[in-house]
Design a protein around this ligand. Structure first.
Ligand code: GLN
Length: 314
């Protein structure tokens, strides 16, 4: 059995180069288009980063290109709310089970009497935002922003163009927010919550930011670059279990089968995988499969997991 690397070395660099070379010419999938801005992002972009718990990192391709975090934001809002309320409250108010339906499904909500089942479908993510204790929308937003900044180890910003694009096309999410309210799973004003949720999805990150954020989860909640505890160590396992079960929506099982790691994707083309105690992998490539997951991002993660022996199942 191959040794797992614990720091950047020549095997790690080689595996990154191979992944870039092997999958750059893969043109499967399509950019998300239901959010108009995302359709305009150049489809050829491709970046892959890895960061170990010792803070060493390596990257190939377009890892400095800023893209919309989208659903990957759900992981970090969850981290904040877990620190406020604890895992038990989260589990009883939202849940940690797959819906088996697409991330924006209304059917899944109706089937379970409005219970969102997990914090990574849009319904559960909005319920999570609503659980955060805040008196005003601004205060709610600022808490989320502060958590993301701590994870990334720098001041992130919202791409206002993305926000405007999403805010003008998020009628479906607004519908989900009202539905949650009608079933008693919305814990603040639904339209205010939907706006904050839309804003969190519009945060701009690079692959390097994403891998740093993931490395903090790999490293027991401590950002390996800043050395700061950004989520309580005891809340890391609940986050990783949600990622294991629900990180790639209705194809999470397929991902786990191939990669063997907790992951999270976003329709902006970003994808994150976490190897607890070892490292994080982040990739960015805009074209998505039918479930909304980056095609090349998944291939890159699978390649790294296999060649570096990172799967948790080995
Ligand atoms: N903002 C997007 C939405 O609410 C995020 C979805 C995603 O990345 N899967 O639809």
């Amino acid at each position: 059995m191959k040794q797992r690397p614990t720091t950047v070395d020549s095997t790690v660099k080689q595996a990154l180069e191979e992944a870039l070379q092997r999958f750059s010419s893969n043109h499967h999938g399509k950019n998300a288009s239901y959010i108009p801005y995302l359709a305009s992002v150049p489809s050829h972009l491709f970046g892959i980063s890895i960061m170990f718990c010792d803070g060493t990192h390596a990257q190939v391709g377009d890892t400095d290109y800023a893209f919309a975090i989208e659903s990957i934001s759900k992981v970090f809002t969850l981290a904040h709310v877990l620190d406020e309320l604890g895992p038990q409250a989260l589990r009883s108010k939202i849940g940690c089970d797959p819906t088996g339906e697409p991330f924006n499904s209304v059917v899944a909500l109706e089937l379970h009497k409005g219970r969102p089942l997990n914090p990574f479908v849009n319904a559960g993510a909005m319920a999570t935002v609503s659980l955060l204790e805040a008196q005003t929308p601004q205060a709610r937003w600022e808490q989320i922003q502060a958590t993301y900044n701590a994870f990334a180890g720098r001041q992130l910003s919202v791409n206002e163009e993305v926000y405007a694009s999403e805010a003008s096309s998020n009628q479906h999410n607004r519908g989900i927010a009202w539905l949650l309210q009608s079933y008693g799973y919305m814990y603040a004003d639904p339209m205010e919550v939907c706006a904050v949720y839309t804003r969190q999805c519009s945060v701009s990150i690079t692959c390097h930011d994403l891998v740093t954020m993931g490395a903090a989860l790999a490293n027991g909640g401590v950002n390996p670059v800043t050395g700061k505890q950004v989520v309580a160590a005891k809340n890391v396992a609940p986050i990783l279990s949600e990622m294991t079960l629900n990180g790639l929506y209705d194809t999470t099982g397929d991902w786990y089968y191939k990669v063997g790691l907790p992951g999270k994707s976003g329709v902006g083309g970003g994808i994150l995988a976490v190897v607890p105690g070892v490292c994080a992998i982040a990739a960015f490539a805009p074209p998505l499969d039918a479930a909304g997951n980056s095609v090349r991002g998944q291939l890159a993660a699978e390649h790294l997991s296999r060649t570096l022996n990172l799967s948790l199942l080995h």
